[in-house]
Design a binder for this molecule. Structure first.
Ligand code: FES
Ligand SMILES: [Fe+2]
Length: 428
């Protein structure tokens, strides 16, 4: 269970504080048969980009499972267990052909659905290849990303199309993929922790987004039908800038433009990015981005449509000392330990979003354990799912009394969040 560590009541009391409690395995373990692993497997999950499937097989590891993904010469993509069922050679060394992939060792050939098409060394009358399948998972491609469903075959949900994927006047492009050597949950928690944008990304490191991110926001957090949003409201001159970033259950983040500065009034921005946080295993995690680019000139900066350019503040510093002088998300999150120990935390006022996300995740894990569908699962193949990421800037002159002004900022954030949840602007 999540508990706050007991408070150390003694100065120079390190000796009294050496015990490290266990990690919360209900969240941290993602392998087959684990509670969280089974929860995450109930959803379609991105595994790589479509353009990574070229003439050679592509080895991936997801949820602790070693897999190979490939596109055969007919254009069909497949995701198979890495190790050949004959005697275990890796299919990453396999030969791709018109109908599937052939193991390099003795030539067994597999289709994308796991059918064994050929066993060249077997006698003609052998029925061995017809008696079993190789392990395979269904996949779908969307927006230049390959998604897999790795859950129980009889519970496969429709592929979820979110409104941000099909937003009028926008196109989606694949972005970057990168890896952090730590557990997935602490990475998901980061986006529901808006206070770090002011401190880590602005005050500590110098502004990696805009200077206005350094204004400490008034914070609210709201559950949505598919997860939650934070509501971070800041005074910028005579404007109030209300930023709402989103966690879509179980492991998708949507974030508004990082070039926002709060100086120009606008009712709605929508997300600049949808980004999945996919566990590779218990202590390694993949980020995979889908970027949103406006078709209207000047709305999205040109650099954002260039895949090679990364969101600032995300990658590890070039060297250790640079990381110490100018830490970013990588240094902060990876240094929480390979798996953050919840039993050592002292939860504070800025952590309300983190705690809400943990509660939602635990609910989802337990729903799956109890045989139910978790919140956020797509149930209707024809539906476009509403999401709630939004930034808005409105003119609202400041009050001379700082306490009254703070209240005004908070109430404005609340009001805009209520409107966002009710009006669902991204769904049009
Ligand atoms: S190990 Fe793959 S065909 Fe023999
Ligand atoms: Fe960050």
């Amino acid at each position: 269970m999540t508990t706050s560590a007991s408070f150390l009541k003694t100065r120079y009391g390190g000796y009294l504080h050496r015990e490290v409690p266990d990690e919360d395995v209900e969240f941290s373990r993602v392998g087959p048969g684990t509670p969280c692993g089974e929860y995450l497997r109930r959803f379609w999950q991105p595994i790589c980009f479509s353009d990574e499937l070229k003439d050679l097989p592509h080895r991936v590891k997801v949820f602790g499972e070693e897999l190979v993904v490939f596109r055969d010469l007919s254009g069909a993509a497949g995701l198979l267990e890495l190790h050949c069922p004959h005697r275990g050679a890796s299919l990453e060394f396999g030969l791709i052909d018109a109908k599937g992939i052939r193991c390099c060792y003795h030539g067994w050939q597999f289709a994308a659905d796991g059918t064994i098409l050929e066993m060249p060394g077997e006698p003609a009358h052998s029925t061995l290849k017809d008696r079993f399948y190789h392990g395979a998972y269904p996949i779908q491609e969307h927006g230049g990303i390959v998604f897999a469903y790795m859950g129980p075959p009889d519970r496969q949900p429709p592929f979820p199309v979110y409104d941000s994927f099909v937003r009028a006047g926008h196109r989606v492009i694949p972005g970057q993929k990168y890896f952090y050597p730590c557990n997935w949950l602490q990475i998901m928690e980061n986006v529901m922790d808006p206070a770090h944008a002011a401190f880590l990304h602005t005050i500590v490191s110098g502004a990696v987004f805009t200077d206005e991110f350094g204004i400490l926001p008034e914070l609210e957090f709201r559950e949505t039908p598919v997860g939650m949003i934070y509501v971070a409201s800041r005074r910028v001159g005579q404007n109030i800038w209300v930023r709402m970033a989103e966690a879509v259950l179980p492991n998708l983040q949507q974030v508004g433009p990082i070039w926002e500065d709060g100086h120009t009034e606008h009712p709605f921005s929508g997300p600049m990015i949808s980004r999945w946080i996919v566990p590779v295993d218990d202590t390694n995690t993949m980020f995979l981005e889908l970027r949103h680019v406006s078709e209207t000139e000047g709305v999205t900066p040109a650099w954002w449509a260039d895949r090679a350019i990364t969101v600032p503040g995300q990658l590890a510093a070039e060297c250790y000392v640079d990381g110490q002088r100018r830490p970013g998300d990588y240094e902060a999150q990876v240094s929480q330990r390979p798996v953050a120990i919840h039993g050592l935390e002292h939860i504070s006022a800025t952590d309300r979003g983190v705690m809400m996300f943990r509660v939602q995740t635990r609910r989802g894990i337990r729903a799956v354990q109890a045989g139910h569908d978790p919140k956020g699962l797509c149930c209707d193949a024809s539906a476009v799912i509403t999401t709630y990421c939004n930034d808005a800037v409105i003119r609202m002159p400041s009050d001379v009394d700082p306490a009254i002004d703070r209240q005004l900022i908070r109430e404005t954030g609340r009001r805009l969040a209520e409107g966002n949840l009710k009006d669902r602007p991204l769904s049009g």
